[in-house]
Design a protein around this ligand. Sequence first.
Ligand code: NAP
Length: 225
Amino acid sequence: MPHWLIAGASRGIGLETARQLAARGARVTASVRSAAGLAALKSAAPQATPLHFDVRDEAAIRVAAAQVSDPIDVLVANAGAYGPQRQSSTDMDFEGALDLLSINTLGPLRVVQAFLPLVKRGAHPRVVLMTSRLGSMSIGGASNVAYRVSKAGLNKIAQCLADDLKAEGVIVVALSPGRVRTDMGGPNAELDVCDSVAGVIRVAESLTLVDTGRYLDYRGEDLPW
Ligand SMILES: NC(=O)c1ccc[n+]([C@@H]2O[C@H](COP(=O)([O-])OP(=O)(O)OC[C@H]3O[C@@H](n4cnc5c(N)ncnc54)[C@H](OP(=O)(O)O)[C@@H]3O)[C@@H](O)[C@H]2O)c1
C-alpha cells in the first residue's frame, strides 16, 4: 500500500485528498497548522497520521520530517494561499506578495527538500506540486498578479526538481486541480472538490518516469507552460 504525504490538509483540496485516500485504506500522513485543522483532519480521515507545520517555517518542517520513518511514495505539496487584497501590477502590497511567494513558491520546495530522503526511499516515488493554470506564461489575464507569479515560480521549481531528480527515479510534476469550489476557489468555481481530487489522485497514481517535468491538469491533460 503506497504511503502518501499531503502538505496542507486542514480544508479544501488537501483535506479531501486525505479523506479519499484514507477511505480506501491508503497510508496517509498529512500536515495541518492549527487545532481547527487537526480537528477537521481527524474527522475526515481518522486513520491519517497528522504532522504540524507552516510551510514558511523550514525548521518546523524538518522537525516534522524527522517524525516520519516510513518511505514516502507520493508527496503532494498542496498548501497554498491566494495572497493580499492589493495585488495588481499597478498597485501591489509588496509585503503580502513576499509572504505569498514564501508560501506558494518556496513552501513546496521547503517541504520537498525536508522529506526528500524519505521520498527517495519510496518504491515508486512521485512529487506532485499543486499549481494553477494562472501560473502559465501562455495563458493571459492580469488579475491576482502575486498569485500568478507565485505559481509561475512554482512551475519553474517543478521543472528544476524534475531535472535534478530524474536520475534517481523521482517523478516530479506541476499539477493544476482546476477551478474548484473551496475557500480559495469560491462558490462559483466549476468543479466540485470531490471530482477534482478524484482526478488529482488518478493522475498521481498513473505517473511514470516519462511524465516527469510535465505541467498537467487534474484530468491528466498537458497545460501550456
Ligand atoms: N481552489 C481552486 O480553484 C484552485 C485552483 C488552482 C490551484 N489551486 C491550488 O490548490 C491548492 C489547495 O487549494 P484549496 O482550494 O484547497 O485552498 P484552501 O481551501 O484555501 O486551502 C488551503 C490549504 O493550504 C493551507 N495553507 C495555507 N497557507 C499555509 C501555510 N503557510 N502553511 C501551511 N499550510 C498552509 C491551509 O491551511 P489552514 O487551514 O491552516 O490555513 C489549507 O489547508 C493551493 O496550492 C491552491 O493554490 C486551487
